[in-house]
Design a protein around this ligand. Structure first.
Ligand SMILES: O=C(O)c1cc(=O)[nH]c(=O)n1[C@@H]1O[C@H](COP(=O)(O)O)[C@@H](O)[C@H]1O
Length: 272
């Protein structure tokens, strides 16, 4: 899908909610474990319950890779389900890839062409030639880590390289790359006060903001500092939505959490 369609979804649903499909067999309701593919059955039920409040889904590939080939099959079925039934919902493979050029181009092919995701998350540590193979894909988006939500973000990302912090350098440099209009950036909701500075460097880009819910970030703060005139945000919650209940009512409970988040977002989107 293209950016225009994403803007339209945001307007129509009055939401920038991205639901993270971090599906863990130890956390899903027991009754699903008897089915042939519990991960897919869980995801399908979550998608059906939450899609009207949601503009993006983000399966984190670690939760699928952890189960080997069966996990990859569950991931494939999940993205196929989304592309078939909800083609207007943006899809993110949260894989945090990045390597020397020829390897990155294989990662890009895997997530964009083989699996058919709209976007993939990447780690920029290896620099321009490790990101460009992702950016070469027309109609696809590369969501690069900028300032992450975890405490370790302060180990490197906020350290100064010359006058500027590393994360600012990453943002500034990336805007000079070819096809930089295909870039989005990850900024943790737990670092909302940094968003105003980040917006000065990338005023028009989409920011994927994980860390509300289980990690303690606030929707209000993210909008206050991070929204641009078209929102320009995708705010992710994974555990807070998908594990709202672990019994028979899990899908209804997820819908209710997703609705709560959408209702928190709506007034800010209406005011843009
Ligand atoms: O790239 C990400 O999505 C990401 C970046 C980041 O800085 N922090 C972060 O939590 N994430 C991911 O966002 C999701 C957050 O999950 P919850 O804390 O359960 O909402 C996980 O899949 C994380 O891997």
């Amino acid at each position: 899908m293209n950016i225009q369609q994403l803007f339209e979804q945001i307007k129509k649903k009055q939401s920038v909610l991205c639901v993270g499909l971090d599906t863990d067999l130890d956390k899903i309701p027991n009754h699903l474990l008897e089915s042939e593919d519990p991960i897919f059955e869980f995801n399908k039920a979550i998608i059906e319950a939450t899609h009207s409040y949601t503009v993006a889904y983000k399966p984190n590939t670690a939760f699928y890779e952890a189960y080997g080939i069966k996990g990859w099959q569950s991931l494939q079925k999940t993205i196929d389900y989304l592309n078939t039934h909800y083609p207007n919902i943006f899809t993110i493979a949260d894989a945090k890839r990045g390597d020397i050029g020829n390897t990155s181009s294989r990662y890009a092919k895997a997530f964009f062409e083989d699996l058919g995701f709209d976007s993939v998350t990447t780690a920029p540590y290896m620099g321009k030639d490790s990101m460009e193979p992702f950016l070469a894909f027309d109609g696809k988006f590369t969501i690069m880590l900028a300032l992450t939500s975890n405490p370790g973000a302060f180990d490197f990302q906020t350290q100064k390289i010359g006058k500027a912090e590393l994360y600012k350098k990453v943002l500034e440099t990336s805007t000079t790359w070819e096809n930089s209009n295909r870039l989005m950036y990850v900024v943790g909701a737990t670092k909302a006060e940094y968003l105003a500075d980040i917006r000065k460097i990338v005023p028009d880009s989409f920011l994927l903001v994980p860390g509300v819910g289980a990690q303690g970030g606030s929707v209000e703060e993210v909008f206050k500092y991070g929204a641009n005139s078209k929102a320009g945000l995708l705010i992710n919650s994974s555990r807070g939505v998908i594990y709202a209940s672990n019994s028979l009512d899990f899908a209804e409970a997820a819908a209710s959490e997703a609705k709560k988040l959408q209702e928190q977002m709506a007034p800010y989107i209406a005011a843009l």
